[in-house]
Design a protein around this ligand. Structure first.
Ligand SMILES: C[S@@+](CC[C@H](N)C(=O)[O-])C[C@H]1O[C@@H](n2cnc3c(N)ncnc32)[C@H](O)[C@@H]1O
Length: 240
């Protein structure tokens, strides 16, 4: 079992830094007109996708995990929300160019080769479409060994400081790339989620508990080095 398996078994539906509270705060201000087509990449157990649908957006949500998608689908069905869910890889999205008005991502790009996934998000955005991506950011220098340890435990492929993220967005042609939120620590969040669907017995699984404890220890140990930011950028010129 790895970190992502643990999240899946627990049905963790706001498995990103800042939790659901941070998502709601970011989306409180209407970003787009109702009916706009939003793609959520790496939707996990679907809490954010449901929130976006409740805001009146037309939502397509993808994840690479069939188990997560099943939980997300059930959550949406119980809420009577019409969301299109698909199993897909962020690095190779099964959509035509210029399909979406917004691409929304929370703690997913770090698990991918970011140069490729950011390029995919750009490709499927319509002209003037916007990316919002909340990702883990490295602060200071924890040393190479610690960096590798963090990447190995979480299964993270991209662990970068802020300026490197912005460089990556710019090289992927996002105009006006900037950070709209920057937090220098990742709070440990246990949120009430009444729709949570944990696998039966998972909470007592010793292997899972071991990973949960290690996660807590990692967040404490590297609290000065692991923070997060929300990156945004616009697809201004689709012709280039
Ligand atoms: C930390 S969880 C975040 C889930 C959700 N965004 C949330 O905030 O609750 C990361 C999610 O990204 C998905 N994921 C990881 N790599 C992916 C990829 N290459 N393509 C699509 N989904 C991916 C995992 O299956 C998992 O559901």
């Amino acid at each position: 079992m790895n970190y992502l398996d643990m999240l899946t078994k627990l049905g963790e539906a706001s498995a990103h830094p800042g939790g659901f509270k941070a998502t709601a705060a970011l989306l409180k201000k209407r970003r787009l007109p109702k009916g706009s087509h939003v793609l959520e990449v790496g939707c996990g157990a679907g809490r954010t996708a449901c929130f976006l649908a409740r805001q009146g957006y037309q939502v397509t949500a993808v994840d690479q995990s069939a188990d997560m998608l099943e939980k997300a689908q059930r959550r949406a069905a119980k809420a009577g929300l019409d969301i299109r869910f698909l199993k897909a890889d962020a690095e190779s999205l099964p959509f035509d160019n210029e399909s979406f008005d917004m691409v929304f991502v929370e703690s997913v790009t770090v698990f991918t080769k970011a140069d490729i996934s950011l390029g995919e998000y750009w490709r499927v955005l319509k002209k003037d479409g916007r990316l919002y991506d909340r990702e883990i950011v490295l602060f200071g220098n924890p040393g190479e060994k610690a960096r590798r340890r963090i990447q190995r435990f979480y299964g993270i492929r991209t662990l970068l400081p802020l300026p490197e993220w912005i460089k990556l967005l710019k090289s992927n042609r996002y105009a006006g790339s900037k950070t709209v939120v920057v937090k220098r620590t990742i709070p440990f969040i246990t949120e009430l989620d009444q729709q949570r669907e944990s696998d039966p017995g998972s909470i007592l699984d010793p292997e899972l508990l071991q990973i949960a404890v290690k996660n807590y220890r990692m967040l404490v140990r590297y609290r000065k080095h692991l923070g997060y930011a929300v990156f945004t950028g616009k697809k201004e010129d689709a012709s280039r």
